[in-house]
Design a protein around this ligand. Structure first.
Ligand SMILES: Cc1cc2nc3c(=O)[nH]c(=O)nc-3n(C[C@H](O)[C@H](O)[C@H](O)COP(=O)(O)OP(=O)(O)OC[C@H]3O[C@@H](n4cnc5c(N)ncnc54)[C@H](O)[C@@H]3O)c2cc1C
Length: 409
């Protein structure tokens, strides 16, 4: 038996569920999401859930702003909590050049109505008493930033999608697909699915899936580590949650997690994973922690926040994160493959997933993007990149997080 839909989405992370939810809320109920295990089984379940608004130009900032708005609207519509903490963020300037760059973004944020200011080092230190602000030239302050619970948010998105009539098939692995007439035909572990539009939203698995249609995508997974400290006495006694800090010099992000700190590190020498293919037995897994690799970065973070040097580490999360050579996702139609869409390569999938879901849903429904956003179009990689060149550029994008035109959350 063949199950027929207008739209099939592969992948039940926060991105796939955002697309399904946006489609269903716009009246496309004959849509299905196919997930090989349960929802959030890829990167989403172990994400730190940070939702920043920091983008280097207005359309990227808009993706961030739309995402949080979408999640909060979903929480309201479903009654399912997403556990949003509005803490604000400080993106430190460790050079005069960075500070000038932040200054130049003021107009972008003003245009979108997203609160944004550039503050001096003293002000940054006052807003974050654990920060050693010596040597900081200033900071970009985005008070609407915060963090959500990624799994709760994904489930809320899934709930509104099903309320609006869309379907979700769990334990349904898409093993192969092909064009059959005007439709895409998918072989799944639950039978054959046929759909006019097919969206590949399977994160780092998307590379292998796309190869079924002879498409060589420039995306690979990197091991990404975040650690949670033991409880910190200075935090136990606080009433308000501290703003998140992003330090381009480490580079790392540090935010409060309960009475502890959560530190996400972008390693200088990132370790790639699954470059020869994602192991078929990879379930909902993490990698063993490797603190040695973090040492150089943590010593920099301790200089910035000395309390980190005095507290123990409770947990280390080392999970796969998907990257493209320029750090932006592949979002949009695949040239020359009618009805085939990509929503993959998200390294800030929580921060940008909701807005991206709405963007793609509008594009599929109306046949044209809601507004031009060439930075994410898959067509920007005109011809397949040589694998070693692709890995070299991903390494540069990953290790250069928070510097220049990167937009990592
Ligand atoms: C330690 C860590 C911390 C992070 N912190 C943040 C953060 O603070 N903020 C932020 O924005 N991002 C963060 N990220 C990144 C974020 O987790 C990802 O960008 C996001 O989860 C990607 O979502 P996704 O839906 O694209 O992919 P995934 O969540 O990986 O979902 C893909 C889904 O596709 C399914 N799938 C794969 N192949 C098939 C198939 N053949 N058939 C059916 N289903 C299939 C998988 O099972 C999976 O559920 C972090 C990542 C890590 C590792």
């Amino acid at each position: 038996m063949t199950y027929r839909y207008d739209i099939a989405i592969v992948g039940g992370g926060i991105v796939g569920c955002s697309i399904l939810s946006a489609l269903a809320q716009k009246g496309v109920s004959n849509a299905v999401l196919l997930e090989r295990l349960d929802l959030t089984s890829g990167s989403t379940w172990h994400s730190a859930g940070n939702t920043t608004h920091f983008g280097h130009y207005s359309d990227i900032t808009k993706l961030y702003a739309d995402s949080l708005e979408f999640y909060l609207a979903t929480e309201k519509a479903t009654g399912n909590p997403i556990d949003f903490h509005r803490t604000g963020s400080l993106r430190l300037a460790t050079s005069q050049k960075q500070l000038a760059e932040y200054e130049s973004l003021k107009r972008t944020f003003a245009k979108l109505g997203v609160p944004f200011s550039v503050i001096d080092g003293r002000d940054a230190g006052q807003r974050h008493p654990l920060l050693d602000s010596r040597g900081i030239f200033g900071a970009a302050y985005t008070p609407a930033d915060g963090h959500v619970d990624p799994s709760l948010t994904t489930r809320a998105l899934a709930k509104i999608a099903t309320i609006c009539g869309a379907k979700i098939e769990r334990n349904c692995l898409v093993a192969d697909f092909r064009k059959n007439g005007t439709n895409w035909e998918l072989d799944t572990t639950s039978g054959t699915v046929s759909a006019r539009h097919l969206v590949l939203a399977a994160s780092f698995w998307t590379r292998e899936l796309a190869m079924k249609a002879d498409i060589d995508l420039p995306l690979f997974a990197v091991e990404h580590q975040a650690l949670i400290t033991d409880d910190i006495p200075e935090l136990i006694s606080r009433e308000d949650e501290l703003p998140a800090v992003r330090d381009p010099a480490a580079p790392c992000n540090i935010r409060q997690e309960g009475n502890a700190l959560l530190v996400g590190v972008y390693e200088r020498e990132p370790k790639f994973w699954g470059t020869e293919g994602i192991p078929s037995d990879f379930g909902q897994d993490l990698f063993p922690p490797d603190l040695d690799r973090l040492e150089i970065h943590l010593s920099r973070a301790i200089e910035r926040m000395p309390v980190l040097g005095r507290c123990g580490i409770k947990t280390v999360i080392n999970g796969p994160i998907c990257f493209t050579p320029d750090g932006y996702p592949l979002l949009g139609h695949v040239d020359g493959k009618h009805g085939l869409w990509l929503a993959a390569g998200f390294q800030v999938g929580v921060g940008t997933g909701g807005g991206s879901g709405q963007y793609l849903a509008n594009w599929i429904i109306n046949g044209k993007p809601p507004y031009p956003l060439p930075a994410v179009y898959p067509s920007r990689f005109r011809s397949p990149l040589d694998k070693s060149e692709c890995l070299r550029r991903i390494k540069a994008a990953y290790s250069g997080s928070y510097v220049g035109a990167s937009h990592r959350g």
